[in-house]
Write a protein that binds this ligand. Structure first.
Ligand code: GRG
Length: 283
């Protein structure tokens, strides 16, 4: 999707220029932060924030600091998810994981720093002309709700305390809504809140985020299975329900996502394309 490539470049450049330099003290943590952030992520979440601004007829520059902040928060969750006490992964985005390169203590601390820095970047959105402090406060409230024990953190807790009698689609999808859809919804709602979208517009974007998040996570599981990447904690969606059913369900969520946003008419074209990208991607 050329639109995604173009926006990815913008967000990569913003991060490159706004993250503390390695030479800045304490340089060890800044080195590990830059290693994890500037390592080729798809930037789906900040792209969604920028897309929301454009959907509302506003320039993406109005939401850029907050969009970058969300990418930092996402990176924090990946660094902690990869730790030996969680997923115990050696590779992320095709490179050694943070704890493999910098050690466990530094990976924990750089995750912590990324969360704090992400919230700080969101606060910097008050410096953008036309964006009110009140709207930034609402964004922070929403992000904190989406990260908390009833959403992303709670989803991660359920994921690590998995037991087999819970192998039913509703239960797994509830975990996915929390650990994956929540931050995707927050990315969309951030753009909407900063630019004063209406209640109905916010509701449509949140529905889209929930469905697209489910499609995205089930596709993630399918890609892991294809690459023979095992999850030691629990069987993944396709391992329980089979590859064919998982693909079918992912496509169903993709079309439900598109339906949820149809009230925007032709202006939502990129959102339809992004939903398709979520289920057709190869990484
Ligand atoms: C929220 C306070 C708080 C703690 C975090 C560790 C943790 C608790 C949550 C982890 C949640 C997690 C890793 C969810 C998986 C989400 C997911 C699909 C990640 C992959 O996203 P991509 O494909 O990755 O967008 P790239 O590399 O492209 O950025």
């Amino acid at each position: 999707m050329p639109y995604m490539q173009e926006k990815k470049k913008i967000i990569d450049q913003y991060l490159e220029e706004n993250l503390p330099l390695e030479s800045q003290n304490p340089s060890s943590i800044h080195r590990s932060i830059r290693y994890s952030v500037l390592s080729g992520g798809k930037r789906v979440r900040p792209i969604l924030t920028m897309m929301t601004a454009e959907l509302l007829g506003q320039p993406y520059q109005k939401v850029l600091p907050a969009a970058a902040g969300i990418e930092l928060i996402h990176t924090f969750s990946l660094v902690h998810d990869d730790l030996p006490c969680m997923d115990n992964d050696d590779y992320r985005r095709g490179k050694l994981t943070s704890h493999k390169v910098f050690g466990e203590a530094m990976a924990i601390l750089s995750g912590d720093a990324l969360l704090v820095m992400g919230l700080d970047f969101i606060c910097r959105n008050t410096e953008i002309e036309g964006v009110t402090r009140e709207s930034v406060f609402s964004v922070l409230q929403n992000i904190l709700e989406m990260l908390g024990t009833r959403r992303m953190l709670g989803g991660q807790i359920e994921d690590i305390s998995w037991h087999h009698q819970k192998e039913n689609p509703d239960y797994i999808e509830d975990i996915y809504l929390k650990k994956t859809s929540a931050l995707i919804c927050a990315s969309l709602k951030t753009g909407a809140l900063l630019l004063n979208a209406s209640g109905e517009q916010i509701e449509a974007l949140e529905k889209y985020g929930e469905k697209v998040g489910l499609a995205f996570q089930i596709t993630d599981d399918l890609l892991d299975l294809q690459q023979d990447k095992k999850d030691d904690r629990r069987p993944t969606y396709p391992e329980i329900f089979g590859i064919e059913k998982s693909k079918k369900v992912a496509f169903q969520y993709c079309s439900q996502a598109k339906e949820s946003i149809s009230s925007f008419g032709n202006k939502a074209q990129l959102f339809y394309e992004l939903a398709d990208f979520m289920v057709n991607r190869e990484k």
